[in-house]
Design a protein around this ligand. Structure first.
Ligand code: SF4
Ligand code: SF4
Length: 89
């Protein structure tokens, strides 16, 4: 599992779940996703992510998702990272 973040928003990927269909890559409005040499999901530049959630909505294999922290520190814990949506304390 890989995670990328900007402040309280996290983009999480699970490349081992990815079958390389490219749906998320072709749907991302900021064009920051690509398939690596093993045809698994990868992220180019998290700074350009707008956390719109389109990739999560399109992925048939639950291999990419957005998490928003509701914790005052803006952090999320490893135990919460598999949860889709908003997570707090
Ligand atoms: S959340 Fe939106 S901008 Fe970010 S990677 Fe997914 S589709 Fe692209
Ligand atoms: S939509 Fe899901 S399975 Fe398809 S390339 Fe993206 S992460 Fe992989």
């Amino acid at each position: 599992m890989e995670r990328f973040y900007q402040g309280e928003f996290y983009l999480v990927t699970e490349p081992s779940f990815c079958k390389g269909c490219g749906l998320c890559v072709n749907s991302c409005p900021t064009n920051i996703l690509y398939l690596n040499g093993k045809s698994r999901i990868a992220v180019k530049d998290i700074a350009q992510c707008i956390f719109c959630g389109i990739c999560e909505a399109r992925c048939p294999d639950f291999a990419i998702w957005v998490v928003k922290s509701t914790h005052p520190t803006g952090k999320i814990y490893d135990s919460q990272i598999r949860v889709h949506g908003e997570v707090g304390e």
